[in-house]
Design a protein around this ligand. Structure first.
Ligand code: FAD
Ligand code: SF4
Length: 446
């Protein structure tokens, strides 16, 4: 039986613990049984409930994940560095996913290098099929409009799934129409095409409408049936069995200190265009506009456009994390925080990634068509009209040269920096300083 407290119930206290207390008064409960939450702060709170509420509280493991918190901690124990690839191989073997006779099918664990193709101009990506809001959804949309209309985001055209059945149908549509090309174009971006060949399922997985085990099993079947290639299916399963489980394990292992880390001492305010989308940088304008409309951006947009810019601009981690938590429908702290702190802005100093995912405009130009429609010139590093990603990239390397000099994966790019003449580095530093002062000065959340 469900006793459902609506957001706008007059007696709703707006606080989970107080609501549990009220529920205890309404029902003759002897104990509380609860699934572990996705946030460290809330877990700590729940751990104090038994004493505060005067009933036993049982916090159960969230069995919708392949790997429990304890299991991850055991794997991590004694390791000098934590690398997703080794964790993923262990889980693949243990779960028997894409494994035959104890070995990876297709003869390799990882097909990543086949997954970085640029998108051909004439290739269209099938769009996810949306769902027409039912009565309950329409009521909730009205409630949100009435209570939160000044918040970031738009309700117009809301068509996300709200039931398990709908989410399963949406996933099946992905398997049939987009999964076959998922691998090849996983890193590609195209203006005005927010979803390309991605699953668009993170909100459903994180909210419990889709089961990760069933999702991985269905993807494996697509390979066994011959409807999708191994690089597509392995690439997709790696995101869920590998990255998703790995970031969660890392989160629980490293919290609460992880949230406070700021290895690069980044202090600037988040530029206002993260909220408004008003910038001449075509790549950022496109990603922010689609984020506002859909509460969705795919991985490379989050990592190499908005994340990369925040890294290069030295935006304070708390501001970057706040933005990612607010703007995406799939944001829960266990998954948002490691992706931002560890992957996008290197605030954890290399716990998650072996080097910062810093890139100049050249990368964005290679993987997208954004630069074609941009006021800035992606071939220019400095001077009027130079692409800000270029300017800030070289400024970032010059500023953090010392921090990275012992990192072998940064050696090649630092050598290029060494070879640059001092005059050019000076003008990069000067122009970058002026640009950053201008764009970070008005960085208040509207
Ligand atoms: P697909 O590309 O189709 O991938 C399939 C599934 O794999 C995803 O649905 C997701 O569940 C999982 N997955 C892929 N990459 C990751 C990853 N790095 N970490 C965890 N799961 C992954 N994901 C969230 O679920 N919530 C977040 O708040 C979130 N914040 C992010 C912030 C930044 C800065 C970055 C770089 C990544 C973030 N991600 C987050 C990870 C990833 O970008 C999204 O899971 C993905 O874009 C969701 O789109 P999709 O369902 O189309 O994914
Ligand atoms: Fe983005 Fe620079 Fe390309 Fe413009 S030129 S779209 S700012 S990478």
């Amino acid at each position: 039986r469900v006793d459902y407290v609506k957001l706008d119930d007059a007696s709703n206290t707006g606080d989970l613990k107080s609501e549990a207390k009220r529920a205890l008064q309404r029902h003759a409960c002897e104990r509380i049984v609860v699934t572990e939450p996705g946030e460290w702060r809330l877990l700590k709170d729940l751990e104090g409930w038994a004493e505060e509420l005067g009933v036993p509280v049982e916090i159960r493991t969230d069995d919708r994940f392949f790997c429990s918190r304890e299991d991850f901690a055991n794997w991590a124990e004694g390791r000098k560095s934590l690398r997703m690839e080794y964790f993923y191989r262990r889980l693949r073997r243990r779960e028997g996913i894409l494994i035959e006779d104890g070995e990876p099918v297709g003869g390799r664990w990882n097909f990543d290098k086949d997954n970085r193709k640029a998108l051909p101009d004439d290739l269209d990506a099938p769009k996810p099929k949306g769902v027409k809001p039912d009565r309950i959804t329409r009521e909730v949309l009205e409630l949100v409009e009435a209570r939160f209309s000044d918040h970031f985001g738009s309700l117009e055209g809301f068509d996300l799934c709200v039931t398990g059945d709908q989410a399963e149908k949406a996933f099946e549509d992905f398997v049939q129409r987009r999964l076959p090309d998922f691998g090849d174009y996983q890193d590609a971006m195209r203006a005005g095409e927010p979803t390309l060949f991605h699953g668009v399922i993170s909100f459903y997985l994180n909210a419990g409408l889709l089961d990760p085990r069933a999702v991985c099993a269905r993807a494996e079947t697509a390979w066994r049936d011959g409807t999708a290639s191994i690089n597509a299916v392995e690439g997709f399963i790696r995101q869920i069995l590998g990255w998703r489980e790995f970031v969660r394990g890392l989160y629980w292992l490293k919290m609460p200190d992880y949230k406070e880390m700021n290895a690069l001492n980044a202090k600037r305010a988040l530029p206002a265009f993260y909220w408004t989308g008003e910038t001449d940088m075509a790549c950022i304008a496109d990603v922010v506009a689609q984020t506002k409309k859909l509460a969705y951006a795919h991985h490379i947009q989050r990592l190499m456009v908005t994340g990369n810019f925040a890294l290069l601009a030295g935006v304070a981690p708390a501001e970057v994390n706040e933005w990612y938590m607010i703007v995406y429908a799939d944001a829960y702290e266990w998954v948002e925080l490691p992706n931002v702190q560890g992957m996008a802005i290197f605030a954890d100093g290399g716990i998650m990634a072996t080097k910062p995912y810093a890139a100049s405009g050249k990368y964005i130009d290679r993987m997208s068509d954004y630069c074609k429609g941009c006021r800035y010139d992606v071939r220019k590093r400095t001077g009027e009209g130079a692409c800000p990603f270029n300017l800030l990239y070289w400024n970032f390397l010059a500023e953090h040269r010392k921090s990275f000099e012992n990192n072998p994966r940064m050696a090649m790019i630092l050598r290029t920096l060494e070879r640059m003449d001092d005059k050019e580095i000076k003008s990069i530093r000067k122009e970058a300083k002026a640009l950053l002062e201008e764009i970070c000065a008005d960085g208040e959340q509207p």
